[in-house]
Every structure is written in C-alpha cells, then in structure tokens.
Design a protein around this ligand. Structure first.
Ligand SMILES: Cc1cc2nc3c(=O)[nH]c(=O)nc-3n(C[C@H](O)[C@H](O)[C@H](O)COP(=O)(O)OP(=O)(O)OC[C@H]3O[C@@H](n4cnc5c(N)ncnc54)[C@H](O)[C@@H]3O)c2cc1C
Ligand code: FES
Length: 403
C-alpha cells in the first residue's frame, strides 16, 4: 500500500514538473514569436527619432579598428535588440557639411548597460590611394569618452531568428564579424547548446578584431567550432594557435568542415566573398531561406539576389527608361552604368542627402512624380508615400523625380 501511495505521489510530482516545464516552454515560444515579429516589422523601435547616447569607453581592437561603448547619459537602461541588428549614428559634421549618417552593427549581445559598436577606419581604395579616408569612420575614430552621439534605435532585418533552432554556420569576413560576435555572445549567454560553426576570415593578426572575446566564448562552449582563416599571415602568426586555416574562406572549406545537415547560414563580409559563398551554398543545395546575409554597403548588395532581382535586370528587360529631374530641369537615359538612382543623381550634381547608402537610414528619400521604381535591396527604412530611397532604387519605367 505504502509503495503504491508513494508511486502515485511520484507520478503526480512528475506530471506537475512536466506541466510547469511545458508552460515555461509555451510562454517562451510566445515571447520569442512576438519579439521576432516585432524585429521583422521594424515598426516597433526602442525609441522614436534620435536619442543622445554618451561614449563611455573607446577601446582599440585591432589595427584601425575601435570599439565604442555607448551608454545613456543618465544611466537609464537601454532597450534590447536582436543580435545582428545595427544602430544608425548621426555623426557630428562641420557647419555647411553634408549630414553624416552611418549604420554600425551592434557588436555585443544585448545589455541594458551599454551598446557596443566596433568600427573599422575605412581607408582609401587601393587604386586611389590619394582619396581621403571614409568620412564617417574617420569622424568616429576621433571621438573620445564623454562625447555625445545621437543615434536612431536599433533596427535591421538581419538577426539571429529566435524562432528557429537549427544548427548554425556563421561566416564573417573582416569587419563583417561585428553582427556575428553579437550572435555568438547571445548564444553563449543563453547557454544555447546548438552546434555552431563559425568561420572568420581576415588578412592576419593585425586585423583579428574581438579575438579575446571570441576565444573566451569558444573555450566556454564546446558546441562552438571556431575557424579563423588568415589570408596573409605575418611571420609571427602561428597556424593552429593564432589561426586554423591558411587562405580565404571558400565554399570548399565550408563543405569540407561542416558536416551534412540542415544548418542555417548567416554571412556578413565583403561583397566578393559573400557573392561567391552565397552562390556556392545555393549550388550545393542549401535552400535560399536558410541563407541570410548582411551587406555593409551597396556594392555588395548589387549583385546579390536573395530578396530582389539584381539592378541590371530591370532596365535591360525593356527599352531604356529616361529619368527626368523636374526642379533641376535635367533629363538622362538610364543605361545601367550606375548602381542606383543615388549614384546617377550625384553624378549629375543634383542636390540630395545620403547616409548609409544601403537603404537603412531614409536620408536619400526622393519624391517620385511619375513612373515606377524597383528596389534592389530590402529597405531597412520606410520611404514616405510617393517617395523612393534613391540609394537602393532603379527605374522600372520612365521616371520623373521632383529633384
Ligand atoms: C547595416 C550596416 C551595418 C554596418 N556595420 C558596420 C560595422 O559594424 N563596422 C564597420 O566598420 N562598418 C559597418 N558598416 C559600414 C559603415 O556604415 C560605413 O559604410 C563605413 O564605415 C564606411 O563609411 P565612411 O563614412 O567611413 O566612408 P565613406 O566616406 O562612405 O567612404 C567610403 C570609401 O570611399 C573612399 N573615398 C572617399 N573619397 C573618395 C573619392 N573622392 N574617390 C574615391 N574614393 C573615395 C574612402 O576612402 C572610403 O574607402 C555597416 C554598414 C551597414 C549598412
Ligand atoms: S542613404 Fe540611407 S537610405 Fe539611402
């Protein structure tokens, strides 16, 4: 009798525990779905307009790479974000200078105390060494602790989707590592035991940013397999210590290392690298919905086709559309030599503001009086009705812009 009673009690306790655990899982699932839906829609931002944050620390991470720790000046808690999202920074510009708006991915996991950005100084292109370095990154690199920085709330459609729990392959090239570190730090914080393969390509140890944090995460998480590739190791760089792979990250590297399985792929890096890898993954049979990527500039967006068709397909499909500018009384044929309407507008010397040049800040909105445009990238910011975001738009038909 006594044994039976104990068995019944045990079963009851078991059922109760099961019920509590199912309830927790259910509540978590609902919360996760709501969070992801909010992040997807991009309408529910942490705050409206800009908010002035304070630079509380600036840390050297690698050659020409610095991290900026931003806090609320009154110590208020900062809203959460999804790992992979970015902040839009309204950088100080000299009187009479064009506004300086740039986007930077949040490079640490969400924390109430601070947001971290990790920014590489954008040097002139190799074939034009006399050009000035990038305006935005140069300005940020001169800022110091105590400076104030107006920023728009975290946003962006490239984030670790909390609704999915497939094993992951994260691939970063150069400063494209920033959203990946945020994702990895979040997974580590959540004790997520998914298998994660992380590939990070840089030239050598001088460019190996956020190394300590990445090594700490990898050491504490046996399910994370980290592969750092140096394409031009220095004499003092040691294989299997500083880096695991010699050369660039290619589709063959990934196929050799990642076991067959249903992985979700997240990529962020230079245009050429992403183009090759995305093509390679698709060719290897990875379905498009499992490949997510972020491009840090328009060049890397142009030839990609995840969300939209490439720009060149638009105008080449029919007769060459003309683009008229009503205010500045100009008219040209759209012959595809420009990647976007913004490029064309700037080439003609028509006045227009621009910021991120990647459809994220809304600064290049131009009013369309007649005709249709097509966007070459999923916009991060919404253009007002009747306007287009010139940096990610190309004409679909003859066009009249108000400019
Ligand atoms: C969503 C998103 C997230 C991002 N996250 C990050 C991040 O985490 N970290 C990061 O470092 N960056 C990030 N970026 C990139 C960042 O927003 C900027 O694009 C980058 O810092 C370069 O901006 P800049 O103002 O310094 O360069 P720009 O002033 O835009 O100049 C770009 C390049 O043009 C060259 N140039 C200047 N004048 C001329 C000329 N006359 N002729 C030819 N070339 C010229 C410059 O030398 C430079 O190489 C992100 C971008 C996006 C869209
Ligand atoms: S320049 Fe930012 S949306 Fe076009």
């Amino acid at each position: 009798m006594a044994t039976l009673a104990l068995g019944g009690w045990g079963r009851m306790r078991h059922r109760q525990r099961q019920y509590e655990s199912d309830k927790r899982a259910f509540i978590e699932r609902v919360a996760v779905t709501a969070r992801a839906a909010r992040a997807d829609k991009q309408d529910y931002l942490g705050w409206e307009g800009t908010r002035e944050l304070q630079l509380s620390a600036v840390v050297d991470e690698a050659v020409d790479v610095k991290s900026f720790y931003l806090t609320d000046p009154d110590g208020a808690a900062l809203p959460a974000f999804e790992p992979g999202q970015y902040l839009t920074c309204h950088l100080p510009s000299a009187p009479g200078e064009k506004p300086l708006v740039r986007c930077y991915s949040l490079s640490d996991r969400p924390r109430e105390e601070y947001y971290r950005l990790t920014v590489k100084l954008c040097l002139p292109p190799a074939d034009l060494p006399e050009a000035p370095p990038g305006r935005g990154s140069s300005r940020l690199h001169t800022m110091v602790s105590g400076d104030r920085l107006p920023v728009s709330a975290p946003r962006g459609g490239f984030f670790l989707d909390p609704r999915r729990n497939h094993p992951l392959v994260l691939i970063a090239g150069g400063i494209g590592v920033t959203p990946m570190v945020s994702m990895l730090a979040t997974l580590a914080e959540q004790n997520d035991d998914r298998e994660v393969y992380f590939f990070y390509g840089v030239r050598n140890s001088r460019e190996h940013a956020l190394r300590d944090q990445l090594e700490e995460i990898a050491a504490a998480h046996p399910h994370l397999h980290q592969f750092v590739a140096y394409s031009q190791p220095l004499a003092e760089d040691r294989e299997h210590h500083d880096y695991q792979l010699h050369g660039r990250i290619t589709i063959d590297t990934i196929r050799r290392i990642v076991p067959t399985g249903m992985y979700d792929y997240y990529l962020c890096g230079p245009g050429g690298m992403m183009e090759q890898l995305v093509e390679g993954l698709l060719a290897a049979g990875v379905s498009e919905e499992r490949i997510l990527y972020e491009a840090f500039g328009p060049a890397s967006v142009r030839k990609m086709h995840k969300h939209d068709e490439p720009a060149t397909s638009v105008a080449s499909a029919g007769p060459t559309p003309t683009v008229k500018f009503a205010t500045s009384h100009q008219q040209v044929d759209w012959d595809n030599h420009c990647d976007s309407l913004l490029d064309l507008i700037e080439e003609l010397g028509v006045a227009i503001d621009s910021g991120c040049r990647a459809g994220n800040c809304g600064m290049c909105a131009a009013r369309v009086l007649e005709g249709d445009i097509e966007t070459v990238k999923q916009p991060g910011a919404a253009a007002p009705d009747g306007y287009c975001l010139a940096c990610i738009s190309v004409p679909k038909s003859p066009l009249v812009l108000e400019l």
